[in-house]
Design a protein around this ligand. Sequence first.
Ligand SMILES: Cc1cc2nc3c(=O)[nH]c(=O)nc-3n(C[C@H](O)[C@H](O)[C@H](O)COP(=O)(O)OP(=O)(O)OC[C@H]3O[C@@H](n4cnc5c(N)ncnc54)[C@H](O)[C@@H]3O)c2cc1C
Length: 385
Amino acid sequence: MDFGFTEEQRMVQEMAQNFAEKEIAPFIDEDEKNHHYRREILSKMGELGLLGWSIPEEYGGNGMGWMEGVTALYEIAKVHTSWRLSISGNCWGPAMTINKYGTEEQKAKYIPDLVSGKAVGSFAMTEANSGSDVGAMKTFAEDKGDHWLINGTKMWISGGHVSDIGLLYVATEEGGGPRGLSCFIIDYNNTPGVTRIPIHEKVGMWPAPTSELVFENAVVPKENLLGPLNRGFQICMWQLNNTRMGCAIGAAALSAACLEGSVNYANERIQFGQPIGKFQMIQQQIAEMKLEDEAAKHMVFKAAWLKEQGKPSQQETSMAKLFACNAAVHAANVAMKIYGSYGYSTEYPCGRWLRDAKQFETLEGTSNIHMTIVAGIELGYQPNR
Ligand SMILES: Cc1cc2nc3c(=O)[nH]c(=O)nc-3n(C[C@H](O)[C@H](O)[C@H](O)COP(=O)(O)OP(=O)(O)OC[C@H]3O[C@@H](n4cnc5c(N)ncnc54)[C@H](O)[C@@H]3O)c2cc1C
């Protein structure tokens, strides 16, 4: 087992750190206050190759894989976890899935813009009445001979109203459940019949846009079906096994940010004539954060390593997401206590950490759903894919 970074990973780490410090950190307060999404950050990520992990170079990929991608996302998410969504939303979501299931024409047409940051990507499965129960989705694509006609509404779609290219999962078989779903590539700038509504009322992730997408007789070309008809559920699960890594790393990075902040604060804040870090109860809080932070990081990198080797990784991905999410929520909660009243002030990041940490318990599979995946594989009820 080698726990060290390769030369390439070290280079990527330094580049991502510099990028996040220069392009994201200076705008955090302003973007939080205004719930502002900066399109230009995505473009700059694309220019630096930060959106092209595990994508063939002929489609604009950066020639590097999961280990480097995870390293980069970790550094970016440590500064602000909202920006992890750009890597998931462009690279590990649509680009990687089109690369796996797409035709040569689809790959050549869509992947280069997603990895260069020219296009904003997204993926949409959730509906108002279909979250964990993906197979219950009602948005329907009807085969009209020379095109598909799509009707229905998607909810909670990251990047939905700013997206140029997105994966859309819909039903194509009346009453077919998971066996009647299909996946389409949507070119949002050229699809009539789609209304996109921003969801502003969110607890956290303020600079990351979230949307409702309404499809009313939306006309989609025949050639935009991704993969075989009625195989959308398998495609969706394959995609989630990749994009969930974004949540796992984002949560691990957030837990690291809370720990780093808390250590600095505990060394600076003087009470009873000494830094509060000298008090045993603060030390216990720091020790618990450190233990969870370290374990989360290891689980995330192990899942990435399995993916890099092409080995089954579903259970490890779910474990990493579940554990890192618990670590992030715990660390954010403890950080706010260690910072005392200043933790409750919006001038310090504790409130943002806590708000942003809570998302991980829900999106891309709730904690309960990840428990069922971990247990189901362990009990032999389903294979580890
Ligand atoms: C900020 C944000 C961004 C998002 N981005 C996207 C996106 O880009 N694309 C997208 O498609 N979706 C996105 N989502 C939606 C998200 O993936 C869903 O909200 C999530 O899958 C949970 O679905 P739900 O909210 O309908 O909860 P429900 O499925 O209704 O679950 C409610 C509760 O019941 C529990 N529960 C449900 N089923 C079971 C079960 N079988 N066993 C035990 N407990 C169960 C859940 O754990 C949860 O506690 C996003 C959500 C948020 C908040």
